[in-house]
Ligand binder design. Structure first.
Ligand code: GAL
Length: 654
């Protein structure tokens, strides 16, 4: 459980660096990330490198005993580069190009830009790759942020052609797979295929899906070029990238596998994220100063499942930020609580963004651990408290890595893309549905691993699949061998891998373990609310509902008020034939957990618990004090059973 901070020496006079480093150490910080936007200072003119300032900054920080994470600067190409090669600017969906003047203004498919990136990364890595204090390298910054992937450039089109050729071999096979006979969309050759933008109405969904797959691969291959350079010159450092919360533009499982990253790091801004995701307004209001209790946990659990299991929080909100619709000051205690929350979910390092608020440029309204005048901010004071608590507690400072949970929640990036391509109703969003299932499990006090559908799921006792567009034979084989309880949500098995409806109707191959057929589907405006009750819990379908036929031995466990099945069961497999109101999801999952012989406990509103290494952490996101469900004989290693608002406690079962 280590604390870090993001620091920008290039934004401050040299005379401040040593003092800043000293103050970081005094605060209890061990890691500092630098340099990820400093290309114009590293290479002020093409081929002219200016390393002295960075040498000095690295030494100032290393001399204080800090460990460094060095960022490659490829998220912000300098002006001379853009002027020399204007085609590195990405092309947007509407065919126009982004301008220079902020960041991320590059085309991920541009061979020129890829060459320039390899050049700067190699120069940096040759100079700093074996520095003993540089323990990790971060590549680029938040790939895909600001909607900069996909790019609709000529470079992207060329590479897309090559990608399609490899996937389909012949254009006839492609025409067939995409169903191009529809509307006379057939192509005479691969080179005749365009990008799926600027069409009068919807482009072919198969075309869109392949373009998204291609762009996802582009992100991974762009990144891979940096990884190859870094592995060669920095063989002992951890290599990582800082991913984003609630972000699905590329397949993070494939990215991590293709790049063999050592740590999955991500950037956690709980209050701003709560403001930007599709939550009911009442919840946004209730958690406006704390963040929704599951919003960061969801991504902690997701990123623990991306890559080999090690994860860091590379940027942690330290106070009010600048980029959501509203940016309130966090409730007292939250800046400290978020660190413990990340640790409870398995983070090795929580690094705050940023050391000091910058008084100029785009992020001057974004707080840090220090005010612009170097006085510790309220967030900075909370970080100091957390650092001292951890240092003074053997139980906390020697915490083991988290064990596998009993519950898996399958999250799938392609499913997000497919249902974005054809939402069918404007309020259907797969990630939001997955989050609703996740929050339900967490309210029942369960620890959850978020995993890929391709993972080995055999050790789990409850596997929750909020939806999975394509169900393949490998997954059906896993289910057939499994004694776990399985819960599938709506739209599961509704598509083939080329984006068509399965010949035997949805849920496609899942019918082999769950004999049902989905006859019709509907999306629901807010006034259409098919009602139902499960276990005395009343509710309705929202957003989406299916008309399902139960075949064979399948049992209908609950029906909507118009008699269509709502919950279907066959052996250890359940199917939920709609997006149900939140309490109904929780009820279904509670039944499944009971059948899996897992203990559940409905936590009071705003309380969450998480176990790690023999300890249980409890977090109070509500505005009232709560009593935590610790056993009578528990020993508290932090705090006490009565938990104030915004507070955390940790106990060891006796
Ligand atoms: C992140 C980004 C940082 C900074 C921060 C502000 O998305 O990586 O560079 O902009 O947001 O919250």
């Amino acid at each position: 459980m280590q604390l870090g901070v993001c620091y920008y020496p290039e934004q401050w006079p040299r005379t401040m660096w040593a003092d800043d480093a000293q103050r970081m150490v005094e605060l209890g910080i061990t890691h500092v990330r630098i340099a990820e936007f400093a290309w114009s200072r590293m290479e002020p003119r093409a081929g002219e490198f200016a390393w002295q300032w960075l040498d000095e900054a690295v030494e100032a920080l290393a001399n204080a005993g800090l460990k460094l994470v060095l960022g490659t600067p490829t998220a912000s190409p300098p002006k001379w580069l853009v002027d020399a090669y204007p085609d590195v600017l990405p092309v947007r969906h509407d065919g126009t190009r982004w301008n220079f003047g902020s960041r991320r203004h590059y085309d991920i498919s541009s061979n020129t830009y890829r060459r320039e990136c390899v050049r700067i990364v190699a120069a940096m890595a040759q100079r700093y790759g074996r520095h003993p204090s540089i323990v990790a390298w971060q590549t680029d910054n938040e790939l895909g942020c600001h909607d900069t992937v996909p790019s609709y450039s000529d470079a992207a089109l060329k590479r897309f052609h090559a990608w399609l050729r490899q996937r389909y071999e012949t254009v006839d096979a492609l025409n067939d797979a995409w169903g191009n006979v529809f509307w006379s969309m057939e192509y005479p050759s691969f080179d005749a295929i365009g990008l799926p933008n600027l069409t009068p109405t919807d482009a072919n969904p198969s075309h869109l899906l392949d373009f998204r797959r291609f762009m996802s691969d582009e992100v991974a291959s762009f990144h891979r070029e940096q990884i190859d350079v870094l592995r060669e010159h920095a063989p002992n450092a951890d290599l990582l990238h800082n991913f984003m919360g609630f972000f699905t533009t590329f397949d993070h499982y494939r990215f991590a596998a293709d790049n063999a990253i050592d740590v999955a790091a991500w950037d956690s801004y709980p209050i701003a994220r709560t403001e930007t995701i599709a939550l009911p307004d009442e919840q946004k209001a209730r958690f406006a100063r704390t963040g929704h209790p599951d919003v960061s946990a969801f991504d902690h659990d997701r990123y623990r499942g991306v890559g080999a299991g090690r994860f860091w929080v590379m940027e942690q909100q330290a106070g009010p930020v600048n980029w959501a619709s509203w940016n309130p000051v966090p409730a007292q205690g939250m800046v400290r609580l978020w660190a413990y929350e990340a640790f409870a979910h398995g983070a090795e390092l929580v690094s705050y963004f940023r050391w000091r608020q910058c008084p100029y440029a785009q992020e001057q309204m974004h707080s840090g651990l220090n005010l612009p005048n170097s006085e510790l901010s309220p967030g900075g004071l909370e970080v100091r408290q957390a650092a001292r608590e951890i240092a003074n507690s053997t139980a906390l400072s020697t915490l083991a890595a988290p064990a596998r949970s009993a519950v898996a929640l399958v999250f799938d990036y392609e499913t997000q893309w497919m249902f974005e391509i054809q939402r069918h109703g404007k309020s259907f969003d797969y990630q939001t549905l997955a989050f609703d299932y996740y929050a339900s499990l967490r309210e029942l006090g369960l620890d959850v691993d978020i995993v890929s559908s391709r993972a080995d799921l055999s050790a789990y006792r409850l596997v929750v699949v909020p939806s999975l567009a394509v169900i393949d034979d490998a997954l059906v084989a896993q289910i057939s061998r499994s004694t776990a309880q399985w819960v599938f949500g709506p739209r599961s098995g509704s598509k083939t891998s080329t984006f068509a409806i399965p010949g035997n109707l949805p849920p496609g191959a899942l019918q082999r373990v769950l004999p049902i057929q989905v006859l019709e589907v509907e999306t629901l405006r807010p006034t259409l609310t098919p009602a139902l009750a499960i276990d005395d819990m009343q509710g309705s379908a929202l957003h989406w509902r299916e008309h399902v036929r139960a075949n064979g031995e399948t049992r209908v466990a609950a029906r909507f008020d118009d008699a269509w099945p709502a919950l279907l069961m066959h052996g250890n497999v359940r199917y939920v034939a709609g997006w149900l109101s939140h309490e109904l999801h929780r009820t279904v999952l509670r039944q499944a957990a009971r059948d899996a012989r897992l203990d559940t406990q409905l936590l009071v509103d705003g309380l969450r618990i998480r176990r790690r290494g023999g300890l249980t952490f409890a977090f109070n996101f509500s505005a009232q004090p709560v009593q935590v469900p610790a056993p009578a004989k528990a020993t508290f290693v932090l705090g006490e059973p009565r938990l104030k608002s915004g507070d955390v406690c940790v106990w060891q079962d006796a």
